[in-house]
Design a protein around this ligand. Structure first.
Ligand SMILES: C[S@@+](CC[C@H](N)C(=O)[O-])C[C@H]1O[C@@H](n2cnc3c(N)ncnc32)[C@H](O)[C@@H]1O
Length: 236
């Protein structure tokens, strides 16, 4: 099997196994900072204007919902994800929130988005890009499906630069988080994969360069919570 399919299969299986506990563990393990991080990313996205957005690797739909919370309910959002269990959990949540008329979730692979060029006003991806089998291709696809002057916004974990903070944080991130995540989800490897994949992921400057290489301009990034995460935004 090619490496790309291997990673997609691994990632899909992993998220299908933790989908039922995904939201709970996000809030718990980040002490609810994840809510603030998505809010920040969506605020950056909405600066682009317009009313039709895409949430790539939407998971349980948190960014899609946040777009409607910040914008008026007239906005429309499509969320895509290739793990059916995550989409299922997302659809139930969207129904509970009464947002089914505004948000559509589709099961599809971000490596090949089923949309025409220049279709959306902007696109966001929170904690998705790191899991892609081909980061460049994923970003190229995101850029392709948005209109000129639309924004690609990426929220991802990074490695904090302050050495003292990094030591304490890594103790939590590499040891305590996989332990708690393992107990609650029953899938410790998924919460071990999280720090491992963050360490392998490009740093802020590296991701900015990839976005620029894929044709995005005016790429900026914002470090949040001591650089645990960063929001990158680039313009088509
Ligand atoms: C860490 S979750 C993030 C979910 C959500 N965006 C959030 O903020 O909580 C990563 C999601 O990316 C999805 N994913 C990873 N690679 C993908 C791909 N190539 N195509 C579609 N979805 C993908 C996984 O299925 C998973 O639901």
């Amino acid at each position: 099997m090619p490496i790309q399919e291997n990673k997609d299969t691994f990632v899909k299986e992993m998220f299908s196994g933790i989908a039922h506990r995904y939201d709970l563990l996000n809030r718990l393990l980040s002490l609810r900072r994840d809510v603030y991080w998505r809010r920040f990313a969506v605020r950056e996205l909405l600066k682009t204007g317009g009313g039709f957005f895409l949430d790539v690797a939407t998971g349980t739909g948190d960014c899609a919902i946040e777009i409607l919370m910040q914008g008026e309910k007239r906005k429309k959002v499509v969320g895509v994800d290739f793990t059916s269990e995550m989409i299922y959990a997302g659809r139930k949540k969207i129904e509970r929130e009464g947002l089914s008329d505004c948000i559509t979730l589709l099961e599809t692979n971000a490596m090949s988005l089923p949309f025409e060029d220049n279709y959306f006003d902007g696109v966001v991806s929170a904690f998705g890009v790191r899991n892609f089998s081909d980061i460049k291709r994923g970003i190229r696809e995101m850029r392709r499906v948005i209109r000129k002057n639309g924004k690609v916004v990426i929220l991802e974990f990074t490695n904090p630069s302050n050495k003292t903070f990094k030591k304490i944080y890594h103790l939590y991130f590499k040891r305590i988080l996989p332990f708690i995540g393992g107990i609650i989800s029953g899938k410790r490897y998924a919460y071990q994969y999280l720090p491992d994949s963050v360490i392998e992921f490009p740093d802020q400057k590296g991701l900015k360069k990839i976005m620029e290489d894929e044709g995005l301009g005016d790429v900026k990034y914002f470090n949040l919570t001591f650089g645990i995460v960063a929001v990158h935004a680039g313009v088509k």
